[in-house]
Design a protein around this ligand. Sequence first.
Ligand SMILES: [Zn+2]
Length: 398
Amino acid sequence: MNKIIYSLTLFFLLSLVFMNSHAVTEKVLYSVRIEAKNKFERTKIMNLGIALDGIGENYVESVITKEELHNLKEISSPFEILNLDSFTLDFPPKDARYHNYQELIDALKGLHEEYPELTELKSIGKSVNGTDIWVLKIGSQEENLKPGIVFMGGHHAREHLSIEVPFYLATYLLSQSQTPKIKTLLESRDIWIIPVVNPDGTEYDIENGKYKLWRKNRTHNEDGSFGVDLNRNYGYQWGREGSSQFPRSETYRGPEAFSEPETRTIRDFVISHPHIKVLISYHTFSELILYPWGYTYDSIQNQTDLSIFENMAGAMSKMTGYKAEQSSDLYLVSGDTTDWAYGERGIYAFTFELSPKSMGGGGFYPGDIIDKTVDDNIEAALYAIERAGHVGLSLYLH
Ligand SMILES: [Zn+2]
């Protein structure tokens, strides 16, 4: 079987070099499905420095460079190359509903103008290229004394759907603000929405009307390459397994913890709002709900916290249909948002891997599944907002 896959691989290697108008970047990229049966095998692959994008029962999927393809051959896991041409690489009219940066900011401003009493819109920092990172606060505008929750999207550039979900959550909350349920929530919670943490990367990914499958931010690294993986750059147990020290890697963690202005912006925002109890960081894809730890296979030691995480993830799993599990049950990852938010700040922090379920469903570019994905996630978001008022400050705080 391995031999068959290998010869198939060689065949595809020759035929899949992108020389046509569908070239995704100046680099040649391969979409691969790699056999991996458990978290240890997945971590072994992750430790090659490639980003694992889709997770199946017995395999993982990734988009990798030629160099990474060579590294992959060094380990024993069988793999096959999928046909990247089956994905939409152009920025097609059917994806017109996705917001580019300017459209997103205009839409946020529109919401603020329509609901001035219920919203506050401000820039909380700048990206490496000097682009503003915006937060929309929803709730009655008294001082920040109410239990808080923050929703974030767009850490990873190509995960455009992760920007739409928090944006449309804001739209939903405001359009429903007179219904008894939402009115109560808005009066009793502070809700912050940061739809795009990585605006440079996101814009780069759609520049020139072509998707580039870009993941990282746009830092110019010392070796001439671009980008740090923002979800490996947070400063809790930074630099361990599940992140790469090599700048060219898709999971490059940066030269030090919080080396990137984008992660520093989120760090400073969270620290300056100590009433934040719950954090949801949207990513795509795989339909999963993940909670700490990512950096170790060990579970959270504090039993009260562990049961809160398990209960919340379990409840949200039922609402979304997504699978809930500890982050490292997938594979080890260090320096991510949720480990830091919980480890340093005692916040109940979850990573949502939104739709689709796999590369086969469109991977990072699934087309317009915005409404369905938003619908799938509203109830869980409302639940998390509600729960933010009932979870005490974590005993883990130190
Ligand atoms: Zn992501």
